[in-house]
Write a protein that binds this ligand. Structure first.
Ligand code: SF4
Length: 691
């Protein structure tokens, strides 16, 4: 194993304080470079690294309190075995040898007759390549366990974006301050990409116009010059309406279209069907908003769309991102280094995922694949039962849709559940064994960002607390206990980190420096001369791949499954969305008292008109319900929520809420997105009643 501190990553700043370079591991595009201030083996504070160009030494409020989280009195410090009922959260302390021995024995017995009965469940609790899908995946591949389709967050948007542009190589956020127009589309940057927001502020000071497209007047939307608030799930139609005006008024870049796109004539015909009046009716906005936004977009350079994943959490989510990605090609915005679109930069990095996860260990077996977004259904499906579930880097009982169903699945007495965790989450309460995992301050890693161009290395700053171990070490121990003899199960974390970035750089050198920029030289307009990663090498307005995926070959509008204009809306007339609360990151940080206090309690934001129609008082408790369930929230009457839309900022831990439930009690797992097999969290009609 690696030493506590990699001395070359440390510089003395005072006689007794050293600084260790690290990387934020959380599911955030910014991947900040961290500096951990350590004295006597104790982390005193965590600050940002000022020399790291994209993040410049600024941390969000969550990670600025990282020592509060690391040394939280409720950190899991020892292996635990369940003694109460599932979900009750009663455990006894046991030793590592006993825990590993018992788990290995149970998994061996299942694997001997039905390896597919074992399922890993993991996501982005850490974005680290080492503590994420490396040793863990090797372990499950060797077992022949079921594969997990990791779809819960970004797969629909990624798939749709790639249909148009071929890859996710967004523009360089370091240049955003030179844009003259920035459109935040489904993106509350103040909460979810604060360093991009800083550059947008700089652009604004230089005269740029900022626009937000979001059903909710988020912190970001309220600081933009223009806010357009379409109904959830209607973004694809809005993009088509913008195309309609751009083409009708000849605000397009014919030269760029001719050289670097495919299917313009067909797109022109399709966009002609989506005049502003029709789109306004679909989106619940004014036709004039579409006209004026299109004119602004078609006449301003450089123009930049900062898209995030908000708009892809509805049935037509893939199509929405596909349509939005067409816009910069229509107006030639890709010509400018500070223009174009930024959804993600993850396609910029050449990570050797096969070296990390070693699919060759499957040895020709082809296990079934289970979608993480429908885990409740999968756990309750008796035809080919999941017998054992190993959860790491995720908290599905809180974050997966249709939460009551998920909890019923986890409560199955015959299900053997192991949870690797830092805290006793809603999910850990259902475990048979809980294994204490280290935090980012206690282990080695390397983090691939999705909002900038720098890989960031993480050095351990302190020794593991209590008996906590890195995920990699836990899977090494399990591998050994199960007799796995392949040399890869003995790889150190340093060796895994190097394997992940092979061909890009030397991990040992970069961990001393802290980070490495990968990709084009600064100032390069990556797609000014085309070169897209689509089959044609062009922006594909017409896409054979879309057609193969069962979509229209052309941009289209797919109405939400639970449309406010449908019959269902007679019973459940309000569309509910559950975007991230500022002080939480998915379900991480909810148990940090100071951050939870800043959020207050689980709120439901309701427009004054909708509140008045239901006799709801500001600050009063309400019941929010649909056919999937109900929960109690505290109403906040505010015009941040547009009429017809209610907003439950998330993701609260269920057990830290008033009635032991969170917004996912109401979200849907019976349907998935058009492409990407992702959940439709924001495709969710509800009714609200005062309590
Ligand atoms: S969560 Fe995002 S903004 Fe906060 S420290 Fe991590 S990377 Fe930076």
């Amino acid at each position: 194993m690696n030493g506590v501190r990699h001395t070359s990553a440390v510089r003395d700043v005072a006689a007794d304080v050293t600084i260790v370079k690290g990387a934020c591991p959380h599911d955030c595009p910014d991947t900040c470079a961290l500096e951990v201030h350590v004295r006597g083996g104790v982390a005193l504070k965590v600050t940002g690294s000022a020399a790291h160009e994209p993040t410049a030494g600024v941390l969000c409020t969550k990670v600025a309190r990282y020592t509060e989280r690391t040394y939280h009195p409720n950190r899991l410090l020892h292996p635990l075995r369940r003694v109460g009922r599932k979900g009750e959260g009663r455990f006894e302390r046991i030793g590592w040898d006993e825990a590993i021995g018992s788990i290995a024995e149970r998994l061996s017995s299942i694997a001997a007759r039905n390896p597919e009965g074992i399922l890993p469940y993991s996501y982005a609790g850490t974005m680290g390549l080492v503590q994420g899908e490396s040793m863990a995946q090797r372990f499950f591949h060797k077992l022949g366990a079921s594969l997990l389709d990791r779809t819960i967050c970004a797969s629909a948007g990624s798939a749709g974006h790639q249909l148009t542009l071929g890859s996710r190589v967004g523009m360089d956020m370091e240049l955003a301050d030179e844009a003259k127009l920035i459109v935040f589309w489904g993106c509350n940057a103040i909460t979810s990409s604060v360093h991009f927001w800083a550059r947008a502020q700089a652009a604004k000071r230089r005269g740029a116009t900022l626009v937000a497209i979001d059903p909710y007047r988020s912190l970001t939307a309220e600081k933009c010059h223009i806010h357009v608030a379409p109904l959830p799930g209607t973004d694809a139609a809005l993009a088509l309406g913008l195309m309609h005006v751009l083409i009708r008024d000849d605000l397009v870049d014919h030269d760029y279209i001719e050289r670097h796109t495919q299917g313009y004539e067909e797109l022109r015909d399709r966009a002609a069907e989506y005049d502003p009046a029709r789109v306004a009716a679909i989106c619940g906005i004014a036709a004039g908003e579409i006209e004026s936004l299109a004119r602004l977009y078609g006449t301003t350079r450089p123009s930049l769309i900062r898209a995030n994943y908000g708009m892809q959490r509805a049935r037509g989510g893939g199509m929405a991102t596909r349509n939005i990605a067409c816009l910069p090609a229509l107006v030639g915005a890709f010509r400018d280094a500070s223009g174009g679109i930024l959804l993600s930069t993850s396609g910029n990095f050449n990570v050797d995922s096969a070296a990390l996860s070693r699919p060759d260990l499957l040895g020709g077996r082809r296990p079934r694949t289970i979608n993480m977004s429908t885990i409740g259904t999968a756990l309750l499906d008796g035809r080919a039962p999941i017998e054992a579930l190993i959860v790491y880097n995720s908290n599905p009982v809180a974050v997966a849709p249709d939460s009551a169903r998920v909890a019923r699945g986890f409560a199955r007495e015959d299900l053997f559940t192991v949870v690797l965790e830092q805290f006793q989450t809603d999910t850990a309460d259902y475990a048979d064994f809980v294994l204490p995992a280290t935090t980012q301050l206690e282990h080695v890693d390397v983090v691939k960002p999705y909002g900038h161009y720098y890989m960031v290395a993480n050095n351990p700053a302190i020794a593991p607390l209590g008996e906590a171990k890195p995920n990699t070490e836990i899977f090494r121990l399990l591998s050994r206990a199960m007799g796995f003899s392949e040399p890869c199960f003995g790889d150190s974390d340093d060796e895994i980190a190097q394997a992940a970035v092979a061909g890009n750089w030397d991990f040992a050198a970069v961990r001393r420096k802290g980070w490495e920029r990968i990709g084009p030289a600064k100032g390069t307009a990556r797609f000014a001369n085309g070169g897209f990663d689509t089959p044609s090498g062009k922006v594909e307005f017409v896409s054979a791949a879309a057609q193969s995926a069962g979509l229209s070959a052309l941009p289209d509008y797919i109405a939400p499954l639970e449309d406010t204009r449908s019959e269902l809306a007679a019973r459940y007339p309000l569309a509910m969305i559950s975007p991230p609360a500022r002080n939480f990151l998915n379900s991480s940080f909810v148990n940090v008292e100071s951050l939870r206090a800043a959020e207050g309690e689980p709120w439901l934001d309701v427009h004054p008109t909708d509140a008045a129609a239901r006799g709801i008082a500001d600050g009063g408790y309400v019941r929010v319900f649909n056919e999937r369930g109900s929960l109690e929230l505290r109403a906040r009457i505010t015009d941040r929520a547009r009429p017809g839309v209610v907003v439950a900022l998330s993701v609260w831990w269920k057990k830290l809420s008033r009635d032991g439930k969170n917004a996912n009690e109401l979200t849907n797992s019976d349907a998935l997105t058009d492409v990407g097999r992702a959940p439709v969290f924001y495709d969710c009609l509800v009714e609200v009643a005062a309590l």
